[in-house]
Design a binder for this molecule. Structure first.
Ligand SMILES: CC(C)(COP(=O)(O)OP(=O)(O)OC[C@H]1O[C@@H](n2cnc3c(N)ncnc32)[C@H](O)[C@@H]1OP(=O)(O)O)[C@@H](O)C(=O)NCCC(=O)NCCS
Length: 402
């Protein structure tokens, strides 16, 4: 029987959730879990699914949020998530058709980019996604790393349970300054702060306040304690979020972390490549990178709007011809300079497949590298001009998994 791909009806969402879980090698959802999760499936979520008769055999969903682009504008984003096809129905084109339907709908609704976190790196390039931002997981030894140089002045306070949802989201929004950061909805916050609010484990939010009274950063962390040897520091701290409005505020938050008593190791799964703290402590080897991974896959859905939304650095202009097999409107040549972007009808300096310009968009992937490995054609001189215009500091990083 052929596979039907369509929007999921609301009464089918639980079947779709089961399919996604099984494809991702988890058991199906039980009643208690579904009670907790169904709001996240029913609201703020575009859901498409694949059906073999009355069996749901595949699912792809998408959150709606905004992403920060270079220059400080937030653009409407399709946050692709919950992707899976049952092992009985893979490699028959189900994901390809679901992805097309999902992105078509969100593009029609005005989403400018799509963004996702991939289970495997080879899956999404064929749909026009490019790797736009990486991250590292790290282990830090506080006894080797403190004290921190360059921290912003100010004070720290621990939030009470009642303050968590009232304060943390506001400080988070104020603290975003990296391209690729995403706006977190109430649903995201209920997930991020769930354990802290429930208080089942030792989990805390500490907020930094500037000398003039503005809450400008926070750190969210949990602690696991092994009561084996009083003689040694046995706590392991997991750093979940650390966001500050400036590098100096982030150093103040790190200073708080590195001064915690009784902690032997601080581990963090998701930190930016250019975490400044490693250069702000006397012994940088106390900050060890365990793994470097592909955090953010991005696809430009509306190329012109995306380019117009971001700013470009000063430098000579460049012209880039984009090829997008899915959306003919994106197939055009763009003149890009510090003053802005316009379509032109002239030969281009660089020719870029949609996945390449999507990778380069946030300014952390080099056009010169894309000539070598990303399918871009043109001269390295033109790519060097594009690099000057596109490059952005600090590096692209979101810090939010979904
Ligand atoms: C990844 C997954 C959703 C792909 O679904 P699918 O329906 O088999 O994908 P399609 O049939 O549309 O495949 C399209 C193309 O992508 C390729 N492809 C699909 N999954 C791939 C993978 N994991 N690695 C490499 N290539 C892959 C296919 O070979 C196919 O290539 P072709 O057109 O050249 O033949 C499915 O394998 C799955 O559910 N995996 C486990 C869960 C998972 O990883 N989900 C993603 C979470 S981010």
């Amino acid at each position: 029987m052929s596979i039907e791909v369509r929007r999921t009806e609301s009464h089918e969402l639980r079947l779709a959730a089961d399919t996604t879980r099984i494809a991702l090698l988890f058991p199906p959802v039980d009643d208690t879990e579904w009670e907790k999760w169904s709001p996240g499936w029913e609201r703020e979520h575009l859901s498409v699914s694949a059906w073999d008769g009355d069996r749901c055999v595949g699912h792809a969903g998408s959150f709606e949020f905004e992403t920060l682009v270079p220059g400080g504008t937030w653009v409407p984003t399709s946050g692709v998530t919950r992707v899976g096809v049952l092992p009985t129905h893979t490699r028959r084109g189900a994901l390809s058709r679901m992805m097309r339907l999902l992105l078509d709908e969100h593009r029609d609704e005005g989403k400018v980019i799509a963004s996702l976190r991939a289970s495997e790196a080879p899956i999404y390039g064929r749909f026009g996604f490019g790797l736009a931002g990486e991250a590292v997981s790290v282990a830090v030894e506080p006894r080797r790393t403190g004290p921190v140089r360059g921290a912003a002045p100010g004070s720290m306070r621990l939030l009470t349970k009642d303050e968590l949802l009232a304060v943390t989201p506001t400080v988070y929004r104020r603290a975003q300054h990296r391209p690729g950061a995403i706006a977190r909805s109430d649903f995201f916050w209920s997930r991020v702060l769930k354990s802290t609010i429930e208080g089942a484990s030792a989990e805390f939010v500490a907020v930094h306040t500037s000398p003039d009274g503005v809450d400008d950063g926070y750190v969210l962390y949990s602690i696991a304690w092994e009561e084996q040897a009083l003689a040694d520091n046995m706590g392991t701290c997991t750093l979940i979020d650390l966001f500050g409005a400036s590098p100096e505020v982030e150093l103040a938050l790190w200073d708080h972390m590195l001064r915690l008593s009784l902690i032997r190791t601080i581990q963090a799964e998701n930190r930016p490549l250019d975490d400044l703290v490693r250069n702000a402590v006397p012994d940088r080897r106390g900050y060890q990178v365990r793994r470097r991974w592909d955090e953010q896959w991005v696809r430009l859905l509306r190329v012109q709007e995306a380019l117009e939304a971001r700013s470009f650095a000063d430098g000579p202009s460049v012209t880039i011809a984009v090829d997008d097999p899915w959306y003919p409107d994106n197939c055009a040549t763009f003149h890009i300079g510090a003053a802005g972007v316009r379509r032109i009808d002239e030969p281009a300096d660089l020719h870029a497949p949609i996945a390449a310009i999507s990778a380069a968009y946030f300014g952390s992937v080099s056009w010169r590298d894309l000539i070598v490995v990303g399918g871009v054609t043109g001269t390295t001189e033109a790519a060097a001009r594009a690099d000057v215009l596109f490059t952005c500091h600090p590096t692209t990083w979101s810090g939010t998994f979904f």
